[in-house]
Design a protein around this ligand. Structure first.
Ligand SMILES: Nc1ncnc2c1ncn2[C@@H]1O[C@H](COP(=O)(O)OP(=O)(O)OP(=O)(O)O)[C@@H](O)[C@H]1O
Length: 394
């Protein structure tokens, strides 16, 4: 069974010209858990993940997998499986062929291709060209690719995008099962509701800064509790609460008391002979807490506890034309990953790749990494076509 590894971000900052996409981010992601990496659009999630995968150079700080940068992993595909957004695939290639290219390059047996296609529910579509796949099917294929090397670490950017409700439930079960085997599973999303039932731990990022780090139960603790109480004789209730030293707010549905539990409020009313018409505890929902965190109204103690000053990313978001002035991020083909040693395999978003001389990259504006294989692969393709025509095709 592959071992999960600790992912560690230490003081990671990333500036794109005047835009600070990530600011001084330090966090740990533990094996054996599903960790949600949450934040609204533009918060810095993808940038952080790309730094972890060695695709983007951090301006400051380090990101490591089991203590080493991605570029220094001896067998990347067998160590880390990653899907950044909905990966783009060669439309004319079948799902099985797509995976076979990478399996061959990483020395993974063909049988594993069938296995992962089965794991993601694509066995029946193995021989179909990817160009005709729905977004949900592409997500599944991306996941199959990530699982190809049976890695101990999975890094998935918005994996539920495009999945139908049944697909989301399936994905949830799969991620939980992978974590239960001891793997490290890091999943980004911009919606708490989407991952709430899947994750054990959370990292929440807003405007490039970490605003929460902890268990999902810690997020629940961060929710404000209050007692909501009402009586037919509301004036008498107000007087009794005031006399007992409790402050309250008068709302349409009753009095909200933040300084006392329902049991205390009930006792005050009983002592004053007031019949209550309602008495309940009300807490902010996890979604409320999440929205407060990402809007900057609250920073949890796990992330420093202070409301941060605005960062440049915020200013740039308000001024979209500024994006045009920003120099494009260096693409892997133009500049090898920063941490890469001359003898190390250059990394990419999917976790592993054919040898450097054998592939070039296209990085779409969305961050999708497309790996274009060179002509020398034609015999491999022919091999694969033969394999399928000989019955390998499902
Ligand atoms: N190559 C780049 N050049 C300039 N700015 C960039 C670049 N990549 C990202 N940014 C900026 O960095 C900030 C964070 O972007 P990032 O894609 O990491 O956010 P995200 O949380 O993944 O968002 P989403 O959920 O929309 O994918 C944004 O302001 C974005 O415009």
């Amino acid at each position: 069974m592959p071992e999960g590894q600790v992912l560690e971000f230490s003081g990671v900052t990333k500036r794109f010209g005047p835009v600070t996409a990530v600011t001084d981010l330090s966090a740990r992601v533990e094996p054996g858990l599903v960790t949600g990496f949450l934040g609204p659009n533009g918060a810095g999630k993808t940038t952080t993940l790309r730094i972890l995968l060695g695709l983007v150079r951090a301006s400051e700080g380090t990101a490591t997998i089991g203590g080493v940068p991605y570029a220094k992993l001896a067998t990347p595909l067998q160590s880390v499986g990653a899907v950044l957004e909905a990966s783009s695939f060669h439309p004319g290639r079948t799902a099985a062929n797509h995976l076979l290219v990478y399996a061959r390059a990483a020395g993974i047996p063909r049988a594993r291709v069938d296995e992962v296609l089965g794991l993601v529910g694509l066995s029946d579509a193995a021989g179909r060209k990817v160009g005709g796949f729905s977004l949900g099917m592409r997500q599944r294929l991306g996941l199959a690719y990530a699982l190809l090397g049976d890695p101990g670490v999975l890094v998935l950017d918005e994996p539920s995008n495009g999945l139908d409700p049944e697909g989301i439930r399936w994905m949830r079960g799969l991620l939980r099962a992978l974590a239960a085997e001891g793997r490290t599973v890091l999943v980004s999303s911009h919606m708490l509701g989407e991952v709430q039932q899947t994750v054990d731990a959370l990292l929440i990022i807003a405007k490039g800064r970490l605003v929460f780090q902890g268990g999902i139960e810690d997020l629940a603790e961060a929710s404000d509790q209050a007692t909501v109480v009402d009586a037919a004789d509301r004036a008498a209730l107000e007087a009794a609460l005031t006399a007992a030293g409790h402050s309250f707010e008068v709302l349409r549905n009753g009095l909200t008391v933040r300084t006392a539990e329902p049991v205390e409020v009930g006792a005050v009313a009983q002592a004053a002979g007031i019949a209550l018409s309602s008495l309940q505890r009300r807490g902010a929902t996890l979604e409320d807490v999440f929205l407060e965190l990402v809007s900057g109204e609250r920073v949890h103690v796990s992330a420093g506890g202070a409301v941060p000053p605005p960062v440049a990313a915020e200013a740039a978001e308000l001024r979209p034309e500024a994006q045009a002035e920003i120099e494009p991020e260096p693409q892997p083909e133009a500049e090898p990953a920063p941490e890469a040693e001359p003898d190390a395999e250059p990394p990419h978003g999917g976790g592993d790749e054919p040898p450097a001389a054998a592939a070039s990259f296209a990085v779409a504006a969305t961050g999708v990494i497309d790996i274009v294989l060179p002509a020398r692969d034609d015999d491999h393709v022919a091999d694969r076509e033969r394999y399928h025509s000989e019955g390998g095709q499902r």
